[in-house]
Write a protein that binds this ligand. Structure first.
Ligand code: GTP
Ligand code: MG
Length: 368
């Protein structure tokens, strides 16, 4: 028998292993008709706790095992970290499949961005027909009914895949209108495949463990800090208007040195989760100040740490009005009035991408 929350095979012998539940607890839950959960899921659900040791790291190789489960794939993307969660290496593996794209967490985007615009933008980034892209917010119960009708008419079986924490299990819970699957703010909650019949038996969805990445800012954080980092409400927007040069820190992990090439001022917006400090300062700020502020004024990291624990790299970009620079696992910079030259400094291994703006250059014009 499998754990109803994470899909692990239940066992009574190894309390430290996956799927552990004591025999007596399991028997009493079965007798009273209650859902049977392994101890790990029980602790996540009722105490919100997951230790670093309980983490099961799944890589892209594990994903290959699940893809045989169905021809139709639901690929879940977190719209607040589009480039960090919409991965070329995963998409390459899906070439022989019929792929349906879900853009989850649209509640995190600014109110001004219309759902249809998000959909058009994502379809053009993915180079796929718009009908296959479904924007939803499980949190706000938005788009799930129409997702259900769409999936029902598309196939009888789907395997749901994506990187950790994008909301794969939440979406399936939303579709079956239950909280059976374990959902949490920690990455790596689902550890094995769990299948659910949706809408009576309209179709079946296999929920799979999220793939861990290595190039997102969030990958530098402990399990506890990743949970703290995860946005709960709309991303914070900071607007920066300046004449010559400006330095902006996004927490301790990202330094932006921006030079204006537009007359008379340059303007850009920064979109990051509310847990990230956006600190605007002088361009002559040196490494000594950065070291002092790191993990203090500049969060994340959320506790005292040493910046020299990482090797740092700088990349330079020239962005024109309407373009964005996405920093994987952090957020993005939207150029409202450019051109701007941006030097972005992050720990080595963190990926960045210049892209066509998700948010139109004139979106927030009235506020200036
Ligand atoms: N803001 C917002 N948060 C969401 C939404 N859907 C899910 N979440 C949150 O995202 C976190 C991860 O959700 P899960 O459903 O566990 O994600 P998952 O993809 O199954 O994660 P793994 O099993 O670790 O791969 C939880 O804290 C959810 O509450 C949404 O629509 N909006
Ligand atoms: Mg899950």
């Amino acid at each position: 028998m499998k754990c109803g929350g994470c899909g692990a095979e239940l066992q009574h012998d190894d309390p430290a292993g996956l799927g552990y539940i004591s025999r007596s607890v399991m028997e009493s839950r079965l007798q009273s008709g209650k859902q049977v959960l392994c101890r790990r899921c029980f602790l996540i659900k009722h105490y919100g706790s997951l230790s670093e040791d309980d983490r099961v790291v799944h890589s892209i190789d594990n994903l290959k095992e699940y893809l045989d489960l169905a021809q139709d794939v639901i690929y879940v993307i977190d719209i607040s970290d589009f480039d960090g969660t919409c991965r070329r290496d995963i998409l390459r593996l899906l070439k022989e499949h019929t792929v349906h794209y879900i853009l989850n967490k649209i509640d995190l985007l600014p109110r001004e961005v219309k759902i249809d615009e998000i959909r058009d933008w994502a379809a053009s980034m993915l180079k796929v027909p718009k009908e296959t892209v479904r924007p939803v917010s499980v949190l706000k119960n938005h788009g799930l009914k129409s997702l259900f009708s769409y999936l029902k008419s598309a196939s009888e079986e789907f395997v749901s895949v994506g990187v950790t924490n994008v909301g794969k299990s939440s979406i399936l819970n939303g579709l079956i209108q239950s909280e059976e699957l374990t959902v949490s703010r920690f990455p790596g909650t689902t550890v094995k495949v769990a299948s659910k019949k949706v809408g009576g038996s309209a179709f079946t969805v296999y929920d799979t463990p999220g793939i861990f990445t290595k190039d997102r800012i969030t990958d530098l954080l402990s399990v506890e800090d990743q949970s703290r980092f995860l946005p709960r409400k709309k991303l914070n927007k900071s607007t920066i208007q300046f004449h010559d040069v400006r330095t902006v820190f996004l927490g301790g992990f990202v330094r932006l040195d921006v030079k204006n090439e537009s007359d008379p001022v340059g303007i850009f917006h920064v979109f990051v989760p509310e847990s990230v400090t956006v600190h605007e300062t002088n361009s002559d700020t040196g490494n000594e100040e950065w070291d002092r502020w790191y993990g203090g004024i500049l969060k994340p990291p959320f506790s005292e740490s040493i910046r020299s624990n990482y090797k740092w790299k700088s990349e330079r970009f020239r962005l024109i009005t309407g373009q964005e620079l996405h920093i994987f696992g952090m957020g993005w910079i939207n150029v409202a009035k450019g051109p701007l030259t941006i030097a972005v400094t992050t720990p080595e291994g963190v990926a960045t991408k210049v892209r066509k703006g998700l948010i139109g250059a004139k979106k927030f014009k009235k506020q200036k």
